[in-house]
Design a protein around this ligand. Sequence first.
Ligand SMILES: Cc1cc2nc3c(=O)[nH]c(=O)nc-3n(C[C@H](O)[C@H](O)[C@H](O)COP(=O)(O)OP(=O)(O)OC[C@H]3O[C@@H](n4cnc5c(N)ncnc54)[C@H](O)[C@@H]3O)c2cc1C
Length: 292
Amino acid sequence: MQKETFVVVLGAGDLSEQTKKASVSGVAKIFEVSHDSLKDSLTSPVVDALEAVFLKANPDLVLMGATKKGKEIAPKLATRLKIGCISDALKVVQDGKDCTAQRLVWGGNSIATVKSSGVAIVTIPPRSYEPASGSSSPEVAKVEFQPKPQRVVLLGKKEKPKGQVSIKDADVIVSAGRGFKKKEDLALLDELVKVLNGAMGASRPLTSDLGWVAEERQVGLSGTTVKPKLYIAVGISGQIQHLTGMRDSKIVVAINSDKNAPIFQECDYGAVGDLYQIIPELVKTFKAQLGR
Ligand SMILES: Cc1cc2nc3c(=O)[nH]c(=O)nc-3n(C[C@H](O)[C@H](O)[C@H](O)COP(=O)(O)OP(=O)(O)OC[C@H]3O[C@@H](n4cnc5c(N)ncnc54)[C@H](O)[C@@H]3O)c2cc1C
């Protein structure tokens, strides 16, 4: 039997624009949930809203992005509904209400095949598939819900600094690793980022350990998975936890002084040498070539 695809649009106020955006090919129905409690970044009201939609839609399978928020919402919702939850699935095969999924484990070194009996929530890593395209005229159903009393309340929000390209959307990412000796030296890399109109990424030592780079720029297992057209890893050794987050990039370039660094097994182009000499040369060459 042909399965129908439903989409849930959540937010506050008028959601017609978001609903229009979600009306891509193959969507049969959109559930629109608008409530003031959904305008903040708290996940509990989202779980309440999705529970209400679930009970109305009675789906055979629930798919959700394996984003930071999705990873928090999916297990909470699954616990609430007493259904299964499979995270970070690369491939999902549905068989009635059961589903079988393949997911990366051990930092991307192995693929585990897992099966859920009965309805499950499956999270899919961002950029695993091409975005849906085309258009459709789905039925739109508005769903009401009453958020449960919250144990956590939002006290305040701090806006992100503007003007920096997010690594999630960048076509070019230049990432810094522990090969940089001090924070001030990242200015060198910033020049390369600017001349290539890219975004700066980083390995974990530079984000969580040293605090030189904002955490949202961390690429890898416990950071963000990226898929740019060009990824340049500078002074990064290429540990599996980093590779997991960038190995699907179209072209990977590595710059490292150690010719045996594992990153050279994963790159399309590699330069063995001192980043402090190579980066200024690259900036000079790109400036001349690109006229920037
Ligand atoms: C549960 C868990 C989750 C993790 N998640 C992540 C994650 O999401 N992302 C992540 O990145 N890591 C993550 N890690 C950490 C990971 O295991 C590595 O420790 C980390 O990726 C190493 O970062 P690095 O390559 O910058 O540093 P190092 O491994 O120290 O490598 C530095 C490299 O710089 C080179 N170098 C030194 N000087 C120069 C120079 N002058 N010029 C050129 N090259 C030079 C060296 O040869 C070396 O290869 C995680 C670890 C665990 C346990």
